[in-house]
Design a protein around this ligand. Structure first.
Ligand code: CIZ
Ligand code: SF4
Length: 344
C-alpha cells in the first residue's frame, strides 16, 4: 500500500495541472486521500468542465464519468479507474426499455407527458430526455425542476428512481394516488383509479443502497436513542422519508451535520463511506448509520488504491486505459437536457 501511495504521489507531482482527480463523497478514504476535489456527481462534472486538465481520472461511477465527459472539452479525456464501477440504479433504465415505454405511454396519454431523468442515469437516457423536451434533475434541485416541468406538460415521466420522483412530487402536493409506476420488465403501468388523474409516472427503479434503510431501522433508533435526529437521502422509500426528521441531497446532509450543534446526535440514512467520513470529521457529535449494517455502495467501492494506481500509471506510460467517451449525438442531446436544468 505505501508503495502504491508513493507511485500515485509521484505521478500526481509529475503531471501537475495536467491531471485532475475528482472524488465522489461515496468513495473510500484511501482513494479520497488523493482527490483534488470532493463533491456530488453534478458538482464534480462541473468542476471537470472548468478545469484545464488534460486527464480527468474520475473516482466515482460510470454515469458520473460520462457526465464529466459530456460537459468537458474535446482536448480533455475522462478515465474511470475500474470499468466495473457502474450503478445499479442507472442500469435499471436502458434506452430500449425507455423508448418502448414512451410509445406505450404516448398512446395512453396522447402528447401530455414530459420526460425527466435523475442525473443518476446513463448518458443515453439523458439524451433521450433531451430529445423529447425534458430535463435532468439532481436531488438538490428536484423540486424546482419538477415545478418547471409542470409548466411544460400536464404530466411527467420520472426516470429512473421511483423514490426520488415520489418524494419530490409528494412534497409538491401531488398525492400518492396521482402517481403511477411504470414497470419496464412487465411493460405495464401500475396504478389504481382513473388514468386521467395521473400526474407523475414513476419509473420502477431504485438505489440498492438507499432501499436498505427501513421503517424497522427507524423504530429501533427511536426506541434506543430518544434524543437522536434522523436524516436520510430522498432515494430512500417514501415511508422511510416520512418517518425521518430531515431529508435531502448529499450536500444538504453534509451541511446539516457540519452546522449542527456540538453534542447533537444523528442517525444518517445514506452511503457508508460518507457516513464514516462524517463520523470522523465531526467527532464532537454522536453519529451512527441508520441501518447498523452500514450500507456500502458496492460499485463505488470498486474504485480502490490498486485501480487508481493502475489507471494513473497507464496515463504516465502514455497508454491510458479505461477512457469514457460518450458518442457525439448522445453528447449533444444530453447537454441539451443538462443545460435546461442548469439554466433554470
Ligand atoms: O446516490 C448517489 O449516487 C448520489 C446521491 C449521487 C450524486 O452525487 O448525485
Ligand atoms: Fe447508484 Fe445507489 Fe451506488 Fe449511487 S449509491 S452509485 S445511486 S447504486
Amino acid at each position: 500500500t505505501s508503495e502504491l501511495n508513493r507511485l500515485i504521489e509521484n505521478i500526481k507531482r509529475k503531471l501537475g495541472d495536467e491531471l485532475f482527480i475528482p472524488g465522489h463523497h461515496y468513495q473510500k478514504e484511501e482513494v479520497m486521500a488523493f482527490a483534488d476535489a470532493r463533491g456530488d456527481s453534478l458538482q464534480l462534472a462541473q468542476l471537470s468542465a472548468n478545469t484545464t486538465a488534460k486527464y480527468i481520472v474520475f473516482c466515482g461511477v460510470h454515469f458520473m464519468a460520462e457526465t464529466a465527459d459530456i460537459l468537458s472539452d474535446d482536448h480533455q479525456a475522462v478515465y474511470l479507474p475500474d470499468l466495473r464501477a457502474g450503478c445499479s440504479m442507472a442500469d435499471m433504465a436502458d434506452l430500449q426499455q425507455t423508448e418502448s415505454a414512451w410509445q406505450h405511454l404516448m398512446q395512453m396519454f396522447d402528447d401530455t407527458i414530459l420526460p425527466m431523468t435523475y442525473v443518476n442515469s446513463t448518458a443515453a437516457i439523458k439524451s433521450f430526455v433531451g430529445k423529447h423536451g425534458g430535463t435532468t434533475v439532481t436531488s438538490s434541485n428536484a423540486k424546482r425542476v419538477m415545478q418547471w416541468a409542470f409548466t411544460q406538460k400536464e404530466r411527467l415521466l420520472f426516470l429512473p428512481d421511483q423514490h426520488l420522483g415520489r418524494n419530490t412530487a409528494y412534497e409538491l402536493g401531488i398525492s400518492l394516488n396521482q402517481m403511477a409506476v411504470w414497470d419496464p420488465i412487465l411493460e405495464t403501468l401500475i396504478y389504481e383509479g382513473d388514468l386521467k388523474d395521473i400526474k407523475v409516472i414513476l419509473w420502477k427503479g431504485h438505489c440498492s443502497v438507499h432501499e436498505n434503510f427501513t421503517e424497522y431501522n427507524i423504530k429501533q433508533v427511536r426506541e434506543q436513542h430518544h434524543d437522536m435526529s434522523i436524516i436520510v437521502h430522498p432515494e430512500c422509500r417514501r415511508e422511510v422519508v416520512e418517518l425521518s426528521d430531515y431529508n435531502g441531497s448529499t450536500k444538504y446532509i453534509i451541511e446539516t451535520i457540519e452546522n449542527a450543534p456540538s453534542g447533537s446526535k444523528w442517525a444518517i440514512g445514506t452511503e457508508m463511506n460518507l457516513v464514516k467520513r462524517l463520523m470522523k470529521e465531526n467527532p464532537d457529535k454522536e453519529i451512527i448509520s441508520l441501518n447498523p449494517h452500514m450500507c456500502p455502495c458496492l460499485t463505488m467501492n470498486r474504485i480502490d488504491l490498486p485501480h487508481l494506481a493502475w489507471c494513473l500509471d497507464s496515463i504516465d506510460q502514455g497508454q491510458p486505459i479505461n477512457q469514457i467517451k460518450v458518442d457525439q449525438d448522445i453528447t449533444h442531446y444530453s447537454k441539451v437536457a443538462l443545460n435546461r436544468m442548469l439554466n433554470l
